[in-house]
Design a binder for this molecule. Structure first.
Ligand SMILES: Nc1nc2c(ncn2[C@@H]2O[C@H](COP(=O)(O)OP(=O)(O)OP(=O)(O)O)[C@@H](O)[C@H]2O)c(=O)[nH]1
Ligand SMILES: [Mg+2]
Length: 464
């Protein structure tokens, strides 16, 4: 016991959007009571074990979802700890908000496999059972880890790598000096390590702030709208966003930089990016926009390719189409409202795209008349369920994990700083430096040496 109370979404967010948020640990019931309100005002703390209660989840004064709360007191629960599960009904986005509220009210995000690990430690399942579960979910977990690392903007993961290298450098120095005092001088090292830890604390704080600002919380399906100039990309972004976010004109080359907007479409969270129309251009500003467009296309989860049915498919379109990952691409045939565009024209465009892309599902669209929205939504959710795009609830959690790991790394660095100020022995610095080093490594998904049990359970998927 004495372990922290953990929480996670313990279901893959599926078709119906029903998801379970599971809380486990000594304070599970207390945490649950902070966010759960039943119509009769009763508290879960006063209810008997193994009962189900109807009510609402509140985040402060705001009602988030209607739920069923399942109360299971330890040791008669999966983890053998007190457990509360909220069966949420409001869709993918809402489940994440419920988790968010729970995390802000005293639970910490579960490590991958931590529920199963606790079940194992509580004697509920044996190691081979645990391993069987692991095998089942391994691939999913690998994706999650990869995705979560991918979610970190390149500069952030690079930054974390650099900071780790700096910490390792200090560690190596201490190690060397302890081993070989004749050649490495630890005298005066307090000054050095003090300067180092002050600097490192500042660096980590800056990273944490950027997470808090939400700039790194790039959750959702990264959806890139791409196409040649004037195809109607910005119009489509505006339509999906429900407001005039992007400038639309009939001048080709209007959008020059990437514009980002988070939207919720049928419970699916899309991080929508409008990009500059792709074509060969001499204009230096535009060409920067074009190369940014390409780089986003390369790491998109979902690509919305916009074809202009009025201007037809040309070499420029073919050039773009050849570069797209077909598995991730939906083709919107835009401007079908224009009078001259009949079935014949649309079919010709299908054929021309098919020549490059192979079989695909076209979506006739008109940003102007707002037609094609239903087909678009359906196609996205079809792709999602076919596993062609992975909208992963775990990305959100891993983001929360990233922040927590940064917090913990900073805590360790603060201990180093405090040690340097009071002049503790050098090997004590090592412990905290190593701790910070490992925490940062976990963010990058790098292995740390640990005992077997931790090793096995780390590879579990979250929420299990
Ligand atoms: N008739 C019709 N016109 C459209 C439609 N969608 C966009 N347009 C027009 O096409 C022109 C270009 O639209 P934008 O949304 O700016 O196109 P874009 O692809 O973002 O263009 P760039 O940013 O220059 O690459 C504008 O005049 C729009 O009003 C549509 O569905 N039907
Ligand atoms: Mg535009």
């Amino acid at each position: 016991m004495g372990e922290q109370t953990i929480a996670a979404i313990s279901t893959a967010l599926g078709s119906s959007g029903i998801g379970i948020v599971r809380i486990s640990g000594e304070r599970a019931v207390e945490v649950a009571d902070r966010v759960f309100r039943s119509p009769s005002g009763k508290r879960l703390a006063d209810c008997p074990s193994h009962t189900i209660h109807y009510g609402y989840i509140y985040d402060g004064d705001q009602m988030i979802d209607e739920v069923l709360a399942m109360l299971m007191r330890g040791p008669h629960s999966f983890t053998t700890e007190d457990t509360v599960e909220f069966d949420c009904h409001g869709g993918v986005y809402v489940v994440k908000r419920v988790l968010d509220a729970v995390l802000r009210n005293g639970a910490v995000p579960a490590e991958p496999g931590e529920f199963t690990k606790r079940a194992f430690l509580g004697g509920r399942i044996d190691l081979s059972q645990a391993e069987a579960v692991m095998e089942l979910i391994q691939s999913q977990n690998e994706y999650a880890l990869e995705a979560s690392v991918r979610q970190l903007k390149g500069n952030v993961s690079e930054k974390i790598r650099d900071l780790r290298a700096d910490i390792l450098h200090q560690l190596a120095f201490i190690e060397a000096a302890l081993d070989d005092p004749e050649h490495y001088e630890l005298d005066g090292y307090e000054g050095e390590i003090l300067r180092f830890s002050v600097w490192m604390e500042e660096e980590l704080s800056a990273l944490i702030r950027s997470f808090e600002n939400g700039r790194q919380m790039t959750e959702g399906i990264k959806t890139v709208i791409v196409g040649k100039p004037n195809a109607g990309k910005s119009s489509i972004l505006n339509l999906l966003a429900g407001e005039e976010r992007a400038i639309v004109t009939d001048v080709a080359g209007t959008t020059r930089d990437v514009l980002e907007e988070n939207i919720v479409l049928d419970g699916m969270n899309l991080r929508l990016l409008d990009t500059a129309g792709i074509h060969d251009t001499e204009d230096p500003v535009e060409s920067i926009g074009v190369s940014r467009a390409w780089s986003h296309v390369k790491d998109a989860d979902l690509i919305l390719y916009v074809a202009d049915s009025f201007s037809g498919i040309d070499e420029n379109d073919r050039h773009i189409l050849r570069e797209l990952d077909k598995e991730k691409t939906l083709v919107l045939i835009n401007k079908t409202d224009i009078e001259q565009i009949g079935e014949k024209e649309i079919n010709r465009i299908y054929g021309e795209i098919q020549n490059v892309l192979g079989e695909f599902t076209p979506i006739p669209f008109s940003a102007k008349e707002k037609t094609g929205m239903e087909e678009l939504k359906k196609s996205i959710s079809d792709m999602f369920f076919a596993g062609r795009i992975s909208f992963n609830d775990q990305i959100y959690i891993t983001n929360a994990r990233h922040k927590r790991l940064l917090d913990e790394a900073r805590e360790s660095i603060r201990l180093v700083k405090a040690g340097a100020e009071s002049g503790v022995s050098e090997d004590l610095y090592s412990i905290d430096l190593m701790d910070a080093y490992e925490k940062l490594g976990l963010i990058l998904g790098e292995e740390v040496e640990d005992d077997l049990v931790d090793e096995i359970f780390r590879s579990f998927c979250m929420g299990k």
